[in-house]
Design a protein around this ligand. Structure first.
Ligand SMILES: [Zn+2]
Length: 342
């Protein structure tokens, strides 16, 4: 089959070529991939992969949607089912899995990270990792749900759910997860303040429901947030930016407020400012992907048309490197997608 295969680190290590078809293990199904989403994690895998146990060559791609072509005996799936991949091949037996908290499973694999991913004609995953694709949306739109939208969902509605009467600050709003968070804030009627590097991206975010935009290149973010909130600060901050924005995130919170992070694109070691954290009783917590139940809730909301996935640009598998470059340069607004049209 045709696939995007990481053979060695760096741009030159990613090859589009022939790769062995997946051989499903017992309990696994095979999906013909129609589209896959490009995410920050793909760049990380290409360039570093540090801390993630895997071997090369590896087919990249964590996000994906397609049709079932092979099912294990006794499966709930049928040939031809349109599905999404739940990227987390969870054990189903540990304490976390038993309480439905699959992202904290003690023994898992993630496609595109520790097992072969979605940037290929076919992918095999445990049958329990295929969920029905919402009707009425394109393959490309569906391919953004398992990573960007599911990650956003758990950040927004997981541990300390955003309430409709609250105000949220979303750092670097143009990224896939951040723009999904903005859509979810708009969906529940919460007030959103967003930051970005250009006025064009801020205008785009206002079109998605942002109440205020702050251009972090020429405005002081925390100062502006205090003006917009009449000196109170926001209830919640979404920060996937890391070093460059963390200080502003902490200074923008009200007493008792919370920061949720799922990434650190500018660096992972900002000052913790512990004095501010205890004096103002702030909460900081991390989030990764989402549970199966959260995925079902997201799929339901998308099926009912309450959230429409935002696609920035679609690339052919042969041209996937251009998609990676667009993400690396931060030019995208929303999600980048690869069409697997082989
Ligand atoms: Zn488990």
């Amino acid at each position: 089959m045709k696939a995007a295969i990481l053979e060695s680190r760096g741009k030159d290590g990613l090859r589009i070529g022939d790769f062995a078809d997946p051989k499903p293990a017992p309990g696994e199904a095979v999906m013909k991939v129609r589209a896959g989403g490009i995410n920050r994690i793909d760049l990380y895998m290409r360039d570093s992969g540090k801390g993630i146990t895997h071997e090369l060559p590896l087919v990249l791609g964590v996000d994906g949607a397609g049709e079932i072509v092979e099912v294990p005996e006794g499966s709930h799936l049928k040939i031809g089912d349109p599905v999404l991949v739940y990227p987390f091949a969870f054990c189903g037996r540990c304490a976390a899995c038993n309480r439905g908290d699959q992202p904290n499973c003690v023994k898992f694999d993630i496609c595109g990270e520790t097992r072969h991913g979605t940037f290929a004609e076919y992918i095999a995953m445990p049958a329990k990792c295929f969920l029905p694709k919402p009707e009425g949306i394109s393959w490309e739109a569906a391919a953004t749900l398992p990573v960007a939208y599911l990650t956003a969902w758990r950040m927004m509605f997981g541990k300390a759910p955003l309430q409709s009467a609250e105000t949220i600050l979303i750092m670097g709003v143009a990224g896939g997860v951040s723009s999904a968070c903005l859509q979810m804030a708009t969906m529940i009627g919460a007030k959103a303040i967003v930051t970005s590097s250009t006025d064009e991206k801020l205008a785009w975010a206002k079109g998605l429901g942002a109440a205020h935009g702050i251009n972090y290149r020429d405005e002081k973010v925390a100062k502006r947030v205090m003006e917009f909130t009449e000196g109170r600060g926001v209830d919640m901050v979404i920060d996937n930016v890391g070093d460059a924005s963390w200080g502003d995130s902490l200074r923008s919170l009200r007493s008792g407020g919370r920061i949720v992070t799922c990434g650190a694109t500018t660096g992972a070691h900002p000052s913790a400012d512990i004095q501010r954290m205890f004096a103002r009783q702030l909460t900081v917590y991390g989030s990764t992907l989402g549970s199966v139940e959260e995925f079902r809730a997201l799929i339901d909301v998308v099926a009912r048309g309450k959230i429409e996935p935002i696609i920035d640009k679609v690339f052919n598998l042969d041209d996937i490197a251009s998609g990676f470059e667009r993400m690396d340069r931060g030019e995208h607004q929303g999600n980048l997608v690869v069409d697997i049209d082989c």
